[in-house]
Structure formats: structure tokens, C-alpha cells
Design a protein around this ligand. Structure first.
Ligand code: MRU
Length: 350
């Protein structure tokens, strides 16, 4: 099972990514030569999905470090601090972004403390960024292997948003579990929620799974409950943008109602995410910052207004699903079961 697209990569010219805003109608790649452009690409959803945002930030910071390598150490640090702030402000919920920034900051601090010149440190940051990318791909494949067992043969999986190769360095988290099950020889059908308002499910998940030849059925978000009641769904698998230490998870808006519906119908609800998505410094879901996005995402579709001008709008991009609704959290280090305050902590000590 091999992705036919590249989500994000470092090339000699800059940072190259597939423009996810134009999928599935157009498969266009953009190359960004300035770190400011990479930060804007994260903010504007050219690239999205928690791990892909982290990888993109690492590459963007590496681009900035290499361009600043000729500066004296104090000016080099100043420029890097400016870039850390720029990427910190790009999107607030996905913790992988802050995880990646922290890794680059550690490399910068260690290099400067050891008296290495900026050119040397920039090279170390480039290596780190590539490692962040490659490790994410390995993590997703591990998630796929650990998660394959939760998908029944000839079963139907419901997923929400896009937690696939497009949301990671490749392979995906929730879609990694589906790919892992298919690679283990299971026959799997996927129901993809369209995921209003940005339509990651309709545009991205359906496109990605169909490229792999996995049977995919698109539904609107409001259909999930009725289809559960009809016995059409065996298991739910979603990704996450941030997992708190107690197992509460933030994911794309609309995930929480799916979890509640799954509980009401006795259907197991699983979350798939690498350890880089787990924020042990965040005690519970109430402390996860939830991004509020532009009202125009709700009032119009593809630039065409669908609501009266001036109507009040709420557009929280994520919701929190409490740990009590989650049957298991599938990570790159294994499957965590409740109580999560113990099982998640144990994953980090492995
Ligand atoms: O706003 P987005 O598209 O960045 O939101 C993405 C999600 O909510 C994904 O489910 C999550 O990042 C997990 S990606 C493996």
C-alpha cells in the first residue's frame, strides 16, 4: 500500500507540499522558499493534520536556520526566536506543532551552549527536521500494526476528518489503522464523514482511500447515528490533535458527537495517534486550546455564500471527547486502554 502523493518534503529549493485546499479536483504542489511562507501554509490549511503540521514546522524552521547560517551567533538566535514565535502563532490546537518547535529549540540551545557556529547548528536543525519527518512515517506504520486488531474482517469502519497520509508524513494514523488491517489481509469497508465545514472527509479521506483501492462510502456528518442504528458500523477510528494526560482527546469538530453516538449503540470508539500528539503537561481536555476559525468557512462553500449576510457564526475547529467514551488509544508504542492516566504514562517510560 503505497501513497501516490507526497504530503511535505524538504527539497534543495525549499519546502514542497501538496496543496490540500485544491484536492481532489487538482493535484498541485507548491514550493516555499521562505519560512514565513511555510507558516502561512500551515495557517491557511495548504497543509493540515497534527503530525503534518509538526513536520512542516520543523522543515520551515530548518529553512530559516539555513538562510540565517551566515549570521553571528547572537543575531542567529534572534532570528530563530522570531521564527519560533511565527510558527507558534500558526495554529493553536495540534500539539505536534509545539513538540516540533521544542525539538528545534533544544538543538539550537545545545549548539549555542557548546559554542558551535550557526552554520553547524543550521545543519543539525536540517538533520533533525528530516528525522522528525522519517520518524513520523515509522510511527504511523507502527500504529497501523498495533491497530489492525481492532478492525474486524469484513467490518465497516467509520472515520471522521482526514487522519491519513495527507495529515502525516505518510500512511496516516486512523487511516494507518485501516491500512494496517488491509495489509493484515482483512476485508475492510470505510464510511467517511464529510466533515463540515472544511470537508476533509469528502475531499481528502475519500480521495486518499480510493487511491489505495479501499472501499469507501461517503456520508454527511448527520447520517452517522442513523447508520449506527441500522447496524452498518462496526468500529469508529479517528485521529487526534492533542491528547491530555487523562485520555481526553481533541479532534476535528464533530468527533465528540460521533463518540457519544458510538457509546449509545455499543460500538467501540478508538483514537489513533503517535506519542508526539500526547501532551502529558495538559491534565485534561478542558485545558486544550480550541482554534476558532474564520466565519466564512461556515457561511460559504467554495466561495459561494450559503447563509444570509451578517448572520452570527460559531466556528470552533475542534472538540474534546472525554476519555470515558474511548475504548482504546492506538499509539506507535502500543494500544493504551483505560485508565489512561496510567496507561499513557506507561507508554512514555517504555
Ligand atoms: O483542521 P485540520 O484539518 O488540521 O484537523 C485535522 C484533524 O482533526 C485530524 O483528525 C488530526 O489532526 C489527526 S491527523 C493524523
Amino acid at each position: 500500500m503505497h501513497a501516490m502523493f507526497i504530503t511535505v518534503q524538504r527539497t534543495p529549493e525549499g519546502v514542497r507540499m501538496i496543496d490540500q485546499r485544491r484536492l481532489p479536483r487538482e493535484e498541485t504542489y507548491l514550493v516555499f522558499r521562505e519560512p514565513e511562507e511555510v507558516a502561512a501554509a500551515i495557517r491557511d490549511m495548504v497543509v493540515r493534520g497534527a503530525p503534518a503540521i509538526g513536520v512542516s514546522a520543523a522543515f520551515g524552521l530548518a529553512l530559516g536556520a539555513s538562510a540565517a547560517a551566515a549570521l553571528p551567533p547572537d543575531r542567529f538566535r534572534e532570528r530563530m526566536e522570531q521564527l519560533f514565535q511565527l510558527f507558534t502563532d500558526a495554529r493553536p490546537t495540534a500539539v505536534n506543532l509545539f513538540w516540533a518547535i521544542d525539538r528545534v529549540r533544544e538543538t539550537l540551545d545545545a549548539g549555542l551552549a557548546a559554542g558551535r557556529d550557526p552554520g553547524h547548528i543550521a545543519a543539525e536543525i536540517e538533520t533533525l527536521a528530516q528525522t522528525v519527518h522519517d520518524d513520523d512515517l515509522d510511527s504511523c506504520r507502527a500504529i497501523g500494526r498495533f491497530g489492525a486488531e481492532v478492525v474486524p474482517d469484513r467490518g465497516t469502519v467509520l472515520t471522521h476528518c482526514n487522519a491519513g497520509g495527507l495529515a502525516t508524513a505518510g500512511y496516516g494514523t486512523a487511516l494507518g489503522v485501516i491500512r494496517g488491517a488491509v495489509e493484515a489481509g482483512k476485508n475492510v469497508r470505510v464510511l467517511a464523514d464529510e466533515t463540515r465545514p472544511f470537508l476533509q472527509g469528502a475531499r481528502l479521506t475519500a480521495w486518499e482511500l480510493m487511491q489505495d483501492g479501499i472501499e469507501t462510502v461517503l456520508i454527511t456528518d448527520s447520517m452517522a447515528g442513523s447508520l449506527m442504528r441500522r447496524g452498518e458500523i462496526d468500529v469508529v477510528v479517528v485521529g487526534s490533535d492533542r491528547i491530555a494526560a487523562n485520555g481526553d482527546i481533541a479532534n476535528k469538530i464533530g468527533t465528540y458527537p460521533v463518540a457519544v453516538l458510538a457509546r449509545a449503540h455499543g460500538i467501540p470508539f478508538y483514537v489513533a495517534a503517535p506519542l508526539t500528539t500526547i501532551d502529558m503537561s495538559c491534565p485534561d481536555g478542558d485545558r486544550i486550546p480550541i482554534e476558532e476559525r474564520d466565519p466564512s468557512e461556515v457561511t460559504s462553500m467554495f466561495g459561494v455564500p450559503v447563509a444570509p449576510e451578517g448572520v452570527g457564526v460559531m466556528n470552533p475547529a475542534f472538540d474534546v471527547t472525554p476519555a470515558e467514551y474511548i475504548a482504546g488509544i492506538i499509539t506507535d508504542k502500543g494500544l493504551a486502554r483505560p485508565p489512561y492516566s496510567e496507561s499513557l504514562a506507561a507508554l512514555f517510560s517504555r
